[in-house]
Design a protein around this ligand. Sequence first.
Ligand code: SF4
Length: 287
Amino acid sequence: MIDFLNYIHRKQKDEILTEFEDDKVAKQYLDFLEKKEFIFYSTNSYFPDLSLRSINEDTSSIYFVTIVFSQFINENLDQIISNLNGLGVKRLHFHLTDEDSMSVIWNILNLLKFSRITNLSFTIPYQKIDKEIYKDNRLKTVYLYNSPKEKTIRNFEVSSFFIKKNSNNLFTPKFGLNTVDVNTNTFNIANNYNLSLYKTIFVDGNGIIRFNNLDRVNYGNITNSLHDIETKTIKKLSKIWNIQKKDIFPCNNCEFRFCCSATYIPKKENDKFEIECNYNPYNTELT
Ligand code: SF4
């Protein structure tokens, strides 16, 4: 699609429609690109190309945080939320294990009342949900694991996904359609950084900051002072998120390298960066 996008750049719509008259896929691409605002039509050429280094970047120091809820996290919740606000976090996910998680969810919703979080989600065990939580504008998604059957329901702005899986491996990096993110912003980030890891952290039950649940590197603790996180932790994290997929094998040959957000951490082998992905771009097999 990126090749198609480059090919049609600055062409007349009529010209494109004539050229691809018998090509259904090209028409689907055009509809998609229009809908997602990757393309627009103009009779005037007032729009110079943006440089690939031009990134309409969010001002957050950290954008997306996943937290495994625990007694330690609960006891330090005020300090943690204050740090999340200081870091400018916009997307926050909590993983809970309580069979009745509603009081914890209400407490978190109350503590976030004046926060900068715009997208909040939870994973919780299958249980009865207090429908009042759906009225909170920050809450966007609830995943219920251990569900007897799979279904999706929508209340106000909130999508609830009932999944049969248990909580093992819920956060283990794995490529799939749900890790593909197609929009202008992600494309820009992927051109300049590692899209999967950029400004994204995983906080375990002891508050330790990592990239994902398999990561053994300790980048600091979410209860540390904001100053320490902003200087020491982010400095260490950014060394990894600056490794672009074009420099990682086999991502460098993968068609998903501009939209894949599977959080694999590159390892250096024989002076080259590598990951082990469940998708093989050479034979398009998914395991
Ligand atoms: S090879 Fe890399 S870019 Fe391709 S799907 Fe796997 S992690 Fe994503």
